[in-house]
Design a protein around this ligand. Structure first.
Ligand SMILES: Nc1ncnc2c1ncn2[C@@H]1O[C@H](COP(=O)(O)OP(=O)(O)OP(=O)(O)O)[C@@H](O)[C@H]1O
Ligand SMILES: [Mg+2]
Length: 465
């Protein structure tokens, strides 16, 4: 319904964003008239694209087209588009003509102006803030693109297409929704009235180039030593909590940790929006379901954790613990599902435990604080803290062991840390990974389970010795 609302609005193309990016691209010496000509050509091309698209929509039976096999549909679209361009005698250079044909295809079968970004493997996140502003993240750095939508209606149309593909809907009565692209990328869309300045969409790309532990070591997200210990920790079936802020690399780390799990084990994963890419052959992936329009049928993470326990899992992996399922997770970890992995949104290891404690109380069960904390202390063995630093880099900033309780307090001991030494003129954070010298108690348990860890890995750095 909302799609129709702005129907009569004319295609006044705002060149604000485009002009800025074009200006950025030009060498400083470029004379003004050339710049103006480029902008004018770009504007005209966009206008033609919209016009040809509109004509095509009137000319063909859309319902038939979208039901065709993709290749046949593309051929049809290409033919009709070429014909329209010819009929209209549009004066177009060949390159612009090809771009328009491709643009029309993208409009009808793809995500319109976002298609070039989806084809670009270096793009990690796509962030649409209203129809005139699209940002991307590349290698941890945000940058504005010159991509724009015709208007909010156009953007809503694209959002609507994504959302309806996964059987959900978005409109004034349900203005925010999570969805997924065909390639697995995670999408969140939120529209007016909740999003005040127009429809907004955030796409977290399903990592085209999957990061592995070697890449993390290479780009200094983690040290060789830490990687080695974490791999042993997972193999020896210790319970690990990955903690970090938004976009700090929690899911990536969880994925990497899960790659150390033996292929002989049966793994059940539980997520709000399936992102994990498990390598093992024996995996059951579960995903929550939101309530439908009648507020029925919700299946939350807690339901799934409970259900997973009846599925004879060797390990349970929870994408992100956010609520009452924390209690069931702790109980599972304490009752034989060793080697479980989970992430939690927190800024340091101590806070991550505090968050779990709060979430246990959200389960509705009133347990004394001491009881909750003892459960946490005996369930979780290791906390891996991640941070996205101001230079855009994600790093493991701390690895801590939970040793037990002292009175009412859970005792956490740091084994490894990232020690900052400063920030250079380019804003790059400098520092190094250090061992504190503490040999964790879990090494004994690892040994019992047949995993000998080299004690040398924990040798303290000089300043800690
Ligand atoms: N160590 C790393 N080095 C480089 N890029 C990374 C690293 N870790 C994660 N990324 C990239 O950062 C982005 C965010 O990562 P990820 O989804 O793992 O974070 P998250 O903490 O789970 O985010 P959210 O809070 O949204 O769930 C992804 O594009 C991912 O590829
Ligand atoms: Mg995540």
């Amino acid at each position: 319904m909302f799609l129709k609302k702005n129907k009569n609005k004319t295609a006044d193309i705002d060149l604000g964003g485009a002009a800025e990016s074009v200006a950025e691209k030009q060498p400083k010496v470029t004379a003004q008239p050339v710049l103006a000509r480029n902008m004018e050509a770009e504007r005209l091309e966009k206008e033609w694209l919209h016009r040809v698209h509109e004509k095509l929509m009137n000319a063909v039976d859309m319902s038939q087209l979208v039901n065709m096999p993709e290749r046949a549909a593309r051929t049809q679209i290409r033919e009709v588009t070429q014909r329209i361009i010819d009929e209209e005698s549009i004066p177009l250079p060949a390159a612009a003509r090809t771009r328009i044909v491709k643009g029309v295809e993208d409009e009808i079968l793809g995500l319109g102006p976002l298609e070039p970004l989806l084809a670009d493997k270096s793009v990690a996140d796509i962030l649409v803030n209203g129809s005139q502003s699209v940002f991307v993240e590349r290698s941890g750095v945000l940058e504005k693109t010159e991509i724009t939508f015709k208007d909010d209606t156009h953007l809503l149309h694209i959002i609507d297409r994504i959302v309806s593909n996964v059987g959900r809907r978005i409109d004034e009565s349900s203005p925010m929704v999570d969805a997924r692209l065909k390639d697995g990328s995670r999408v969140n869309a939120i529209i007016p009235p909740l999003a005040i300045d127009g429809p907004s969409m955030s796409i977290r790309r399903f990592t085209v180039e999957r990061l592995g532990i070697d890449e993390l070591i290479e780009n200094d997200s983690v040290s060789q030593q830490i990687a080695e210990v974490l791999s042993g920790v997972v193999r020896a079936r210790l319970n690990v909590l990955v903690s970090g802020g938004t976009g700090s690399g929690k899911t990536t780390m969880l994925n990497i940790l899960s790659s150390f799990i033996s292929h002989k084990e049966r793994v059940v994963t539980i997520e709000d929006s399936a992102e994990l890419q498990m390598q093992q052959p024996h995996v059951v992936r579960l995903e929550t379901r939101p309530a439908n329009i009648e507020a029925q049928g919700e299946v939350n993470q807690r339901d799934l954790v409970k259900n997973s326990l009846r599925m004879r899992p060797d390990r349970i992996i929870i994408g992100e613990v956010r609520g009452g399922e924390a209690l069931d997770m702790l109980q599972a970890m304490n009752t034989g599902h060793d080697g479980s992995l989970a992430t939690v949104h927190a800024n340091n290891p101590r806070d991550s435990l505090g968050r779990i404690e709060n979430m246990v109380s959200m389960s509705g069960l009133t347990l004394p604080m001491h009881a909750i904390r003892s459960q946490i202390a005996s369930a979780i063995d290791v906390v891996v803290q991640l941070e996205r630093m101001e230079d855009g880099k994600r790093r493991v900033t701390s690895v801590q062991e939970i040793q037990g309780m002292e009175g009412d307090i859970i005792t956490l001991s740091e084994i490894f840390a990232f020690k900052r030494s400063g920030v250079d003129a380019e804003g790059v954070v400098h520092g190094r990974f250090i061992s504190t010298g503490l040999v964790p108690q879990f090494t004994d348990r690892m040994k019992e389970r047949g995993y000998d860890v080299d004690i040398e890995l924990f040798k303290p750095d000089e300043e800690f010795a």
